[in-house]
Design a protein. Structure first.
Length: 556
């Protein structure tokens, strides 16, 4: 079959027809006959032929195997030669590759894209990297691989400090003293490769450690005069090891600080190129989350510094251990939103929980307030300080601006609520919550278990909120009514209230329908009054309202 004799190693082809072919190979007729015998479970008429095939098979197969080994060796040799030739062609082509003509400054820009580290994402996450991965990042493994391409690339890479000037350090994985000692020379080498170029550091040291951690930080602090950008996620206890940088950071232009329970520090006070660390006039929202009354005063002192705040929120403020008055300084703020959520982990409702809200309302003057929310995240409700709230409204002169009020987990008497609502004529959203009994263990609720003060959504409240075209009513602009309910109201009273408000929205040509959002306690029987559901469905199908009834999880 081959027109030309080809030599490969010790194997010479003249023609593939010289390969072995057994005389015992079956014809198509023989194969068909054998198949019929196997399917019919019958024996051959003349077994001699089949036995001769079996007897001669070992020698015949051995001769096949010899030719196969020779052909495989020849094929492997040809493939090897082909690959070697392809490599030679590729290398010859590389002599004329466009990248070889690029000037060093363009190469540097290309090499800068080689750093595929995801440290920027890991920095603010809980992802942990192992020491080996960290060593590769410090050594810039991607750059070192490129430097082995050719001597020119190596010269460009090793001779360009800017390629080495971004350094990511994660000390959390070097907390053992033995491991920490190995880190020092790696840090020094990483800094040395950057020459005198300004440095961009990312440093994570979330766990407080011993003197060996301090030694690592002091190594980094030795080059602080070259810091241009610094991102820190650091335990506040470790800042003492960076004390030497104070007044020695002339190039620092960017600073990001992350951390838990950070305390006050002043090491970055003297940084001539650094803009104000906290641009107070740019802040629009302040959230105080999972704090306690002890550091509340410090947070409150920040509010007057932020003239453009639109939201101030106290989230899960723990007042369990407060034993003395807060003694807060008066604060006037133009924020639109004030939200206070208290947390009490004690087994009763101390009077100081109410005092916390009173102290906060006493200190605030909010002339631009639009949204107010007060919540008690505890099995024991918060007794509402209505006189303090009314004084706050009068002092703030915000009655005409407040459009949303939420009182949840609040024990407020009916006359107090009915006294407060007329002082808020622009309310559009009201959120209230009935309260579970506090004297009994959680379980099915019966009317005798619930104190009258804990039922907020009553027939009387719904009657007062019902809109009529001729007579004044409470909250004339109401658009959204949200309640966590024990469903102690009369279904017909709720339907009358909702229908009247739907008509008010229609007359006012409101952009949206009246919304009713009801949440039922798990203790409320799941089968609600069918007349109530049917009436609400009719109103919703008619496009007059939108409503939902969900279940709410309440801590026992």
């Amino acid at each position: 079959m081959l027109a030309k004799s080809t030599t490969m190693g010790s194997f010479t082809y003249a023609s593939v027809t010289n390969l072995f072919s057994s005389s015992l190979l079956p014809t198509p007729a023989q194969q068909a006959e054998l198949s019929d015998l196997l399917r019919s479970n019958s024996g051959p008429r003349d077994p001699t032929s089949a036995r001769s095939v079996i007897a001669g098979s070992r020698l015949e197969l051995a001769r096949y195997n010899i030719d196969i080994r020779i052909l495989k060796a020849a094929l492997e040799g040809i493939i090897s030669d082909r690959d070697a030739f392809q490599l030679h062609v590729d290398r010859c082509s590389s002599l004329f590759a466009p990248i070889r003509a690029l000037p060093p400054e363009i190469l540097v820009k290309i090499f800068a894209f080689s750093e595929t580290s995801h440290f920027g994402l890991d920095f603010i996450s809980d992802r942990r990297i192992n020491p080996r991965e960290h060593m590769e990042r410090l050594a810039k493994h991607e750059l070192l691989r490129l430097s082995r391409v050719c001597s020119v690339w190596r010269s460009v890479i090793m001779g360009t400090p800017s390629l080495w000037a971004t350094i990511h350090v994660d000390l959390d994985e070097w907390w053992l003293p033995s491991a920490s000692h190995r880190l020092d020379p790696l840090l020094s080498a990483a800094i040395e490769r950057a020459g005198s170029f300004p440095l961009k550091f990312s440093l994570r040291a979330r766990m407080s450690a011993g003197d060996h951690r301090g030694r690592n930080l002091r190594v980094l602090a030795q080059c602080c005069a070259r810091w241009q950008s610094l991102s820190l996620w650091i335990h506040s206890g470790e800042f003492r090891h960076l004390a030497s940088i104070k007044g020695n950071i002339p190039l620092l232009e960017k600073l990001d600080i992350h951390g838990d329970w950070l305390q006050e520090f002043d090491v970055f006070e003297d940084a001539p190129r650094l803009p104000p660390l906290v641009p107070w006039d740019q802040l629009r929202a302040l959230d105080f989350e999972d704090g306690n009354a002890e550091n509340l005063r410090s947070f409150m002192s920040l509010i007057p510094r932020c003239p453009n705040l639109s939201s101030v929120k106290f989230l899960a403020l723990d007042v369990s251990d407060l034993t003395t008055p807060l003694a807060l300084q008066p604060i006037q703020c133009n924020t639109n939103c004030l939200s206070v959520t208290l947390r009490n982990t004690r087994d009763s409702l101390p009077a100081h929980c109410t005092r916390v809200v009173s102290d906060m309302l006493d200190c605030f003057t909010l002339p631009c307030a639009k949204q107010l929310a007060f919540r008690m995240d505890s099995p024991w409700p918060l007794r509402w300080a209505n006189s303090t709230f009314m004084a706050f409204l009068s002092r703030s002169s915000s009655s005409a601006t407040i459009t949303s009020l939420a009182l949840e987990g609040i024990a407020i008497e009916a006359h107090e609520l009915l006294e407060s609502l007329p002082a808020l004529p622009r309310l559009e959203t009201v959120s209230l919550a009935d309260l579970l009994p506090t004297s009994e263990a959680p379980g099915p609720v019966s009317p005798a278990d619930v104190h009258a003060d804990c039922i907020i959504v009553t027939d009387e409240l719904l009657r007062q909120l019902r809109w009529t075209p001729d007579d004044p009513c409470l909250v004339p602009c109401l658009r959204v009514f949200s309640c966590t309910s024990l469903f102690r109201f009369t279904p017909q009273m709720m339907l009358d209230f909702v229908a009247s408000r739907a008509e008010a929205c229609r007359i006012a040509a409101a952009a949206s329908r009246f919304e009713l959002r009801m949440r039922r306690h798990p203790e409320v029987p799941p089968v609600l009054d069918p007349a109530l559901i049917a009436g609400l469905d009719v109103l919703q199908r008619g496009g007059d309202i939108w409503y939902c009834i969900d279940i709410v999880t309440v801590e026992p």
